[in-house]
Design a protein. Structure first.
Length: 76
């Protein structure tokens, strides 16, 4: 990504990613009937959702938040 706002994007993405893993942990724990733990939830999220989540996050950021409209934005 050539955007000069990459650092801000990554900070936001990290916080949002943690929140998404916490949600997944809650759903997995509800289904299992016990707390599955952070590592199990993280592994499940990475294997199941991470690629689609990251792509969607970047598309949303580039199209709605970033003012630069750089080459990355044009790819979507």
């Amino acid at each position: 990504m050539s955007c000069d706002k990459l650092v801000d994007l990554l900070k936001n993405e990290k916080q949002d990613l943690i929140s998404e893993i916490e949600k997944d942990k809650w759903y997995l724990s509800e289904e299992a009937g016990y707390d599955v733990g952070w590592n199990t939830a993280k592994k499940h999220f990475v294997e199941t959702y991470l690629n689609n989540w990251a792509e969607g996050y970047r598309k949303c950021y580039c199209s709605l938040v970033c003012e630069n409209r750089c080459e990355e934005y044009k790819k979507w």
